[in-house]
Write a protein that binds this ligand. Sequence first.
Ligand SMILES: *[C@@H]1O[C@H](CO)[C@@H](O)[C@H](O)[C@H]1NC(C)=O
Ligand SMILES: *[C@@H]1O[C@H](CO)[C@@H](O)[C@H](O)[C@H]1NC(C)=O
Ligand SMILES: *[C@@H]1O[C@H](CO)[C@@H](O)[C@H](O)[C@H]1NC(C)=O
Ligand SMILES: CC(=O)N[C@H]1CO[C@H](CO)[C@@H](O)[C@@H]1O
Length: 507
Amino acid sequence: MFAVTLALLSMIGLVAGQPVTLKPHIVMMLVDDWGWANVGYHRNPPTREVVTPNIDDLVKQGLELNQHYAYRCCSPSRSSLISGRLPIHVSDQNIAPTNYNPNDPISGFSAIPRNMTGIAEKMKEAGYATHQVGKWDAGMATPDHTPKGRGFDTSFGYFHHYNDYYTEVVDSCNGTGVVDLWNTDQPAHGINGTGPDKYEEALFRERLLDIVSKHDPSTPLFLYYAPHIVHTPLQVPDEYLNKFSFIDDKDRMYYHAMVNYLDDVVGDLVSALKKKGMWDNLLYVTSSDNGGPVYPFGGANNYPLKGGKLSDWQGGIRVNAFVSGGHLPEKMRGQKTDGYIHLADWYGTFCAIAGVDPTDEKAAKAKLPPVDSYNMWPLISGQTDVSPRTDIPASIQALISGDFKILVGDIGQAGWTGPQYPNKTNPAGGILATEKCGDSGCLYNIKDDPEERKNLASSMPDKLKEMQEKSKKYLATYFNPDRGHASPLACQAAVNKYGGFWGPFVD
Ligand SMILES: *[C@@H]1O[C@H](CO)[C@@H](O)[C@H](O)[C@H]1NC(C)=O
Ligand SMILES: *[C@@H]1O[C@H](CO)[C@@H](O)[C@H](O)[C@H]1NC(C)=O
Ligand SMILES: *[C@@H]1O[C@H](CO)[C@@H](O)[C@H](O)[C@H]1NC(C)=O
Ligand SMILES: CC(=O)N[C@H]1CO[C@H](CO)[C@@H](O)[C@@H]1O
């Protein structure tokens, strides 16, 4: 009784001598296409190619999430984070946001079905101010699919997988390029431009700092920052490129310059939050949306992990991730956890921190899959060192359960890189090989063999059988509606309604 009363009192800030305890501010940063070897804290010995002092500092004062998983590519990962579902229960299709199937008003769209509740809707319900900056790639077809429709008070960014860093153009209608830059509920007219000050990540930095400076710190903040960096096209201001001119491979030079640019944005954002007095009551969560894209798809490197973006090897799905900020209990700082966490788990975790029920009633009414999310706060805060998540159904081809992983079918990028990659010797190396795992599957012990070098399928038949059975169970729950085709309505809206910008095209 006494404990309950005390907890209640401290929640409303009435314990003598205590400042009013506010729900913690949360920053969720989802970096794009960031390779395992493309961050300083994963480089031992350090290399002058990977310069991320601000991020490394956050890790040093934070908790490294050493077994944190995403989907093997962008849109399914982002849909998973926003909806709290595993990708196989929301969308595992990396299609353009212009898709539409008029026969299905609930799920006949790209990315998240219309009738699922987004994490920001939950955070708003808990009293948070909610803002999105950067890449969305979780649906665009109707206003319900946009960040605003998913609960963000404001948003600033683009809907597609990527755009140009200087013109913000991606794809075209009748031969004319269309700009992808949206400002909450309208095209971001007049914000585009050329020149280093108009680099897209610079626009995002400006918006982030503006949000922080205008925010009233007595309201809890939920800020979702999804940088364009380090997705292609490989573009970066010369000032950054020049710092890395000693790198002999052009893609690697651009890529590392972009990583360094992002690190500066992180430094500026963290300084602004500290200056505003928000840092001590803040959780800064960081993850990549998938592994780094390896040759021929980009300049990233997941060394020593196998494969990369678009593959289900560890290099495609086990991603850089950590939690930092003053809300992280002291005893967890500078630590590392090997507990399994999937991007889908942040939904339940944020709901628990904010004190709202993660159940999605709206989705239940429309007979959509429920939220899959586990609350990871007990693991992150050190109340337990065991993750509630034992299985990662990474895709319909890959399942991790306990220490084991089964992969079914043809799995591309079945090779490894070196510490300096891509490089002049032979950028393709062995990375373009395909491993034919067939219907019965390849089996790895990812705890003893994190680089997936030894296929145990023939030496551990009982384990293989057990993993096959588990895979079948997940496969039976696969959610895969017909999402239609690129709709001409998207171009009609871009041209006739939005003056050359992409935006929602179905009411
Ligand atoms: C799905 O959402 C739409 C738009 O918000 C709404 O009109 C419709 O009633 C919902 N459908 C169901 C079955 O809940
Ligand atoms: C260069 O790349 C190849 C793979 O393409 C790799 O085997 C080799 O280790 C790399 N060299 C270095 C120094 O990392
Ligand atoms: C594209 O061009 C065709 C043929 O000129 C025209 O009929 C159509 O309206 C145009 N579409 C848009 C979205 O402008
Ligand atoms: C499509 C669009 O808004 N383009 C604008 C980009 O910015 C220049 C000036 O900076 C405007 O003239 C364009 O109209």
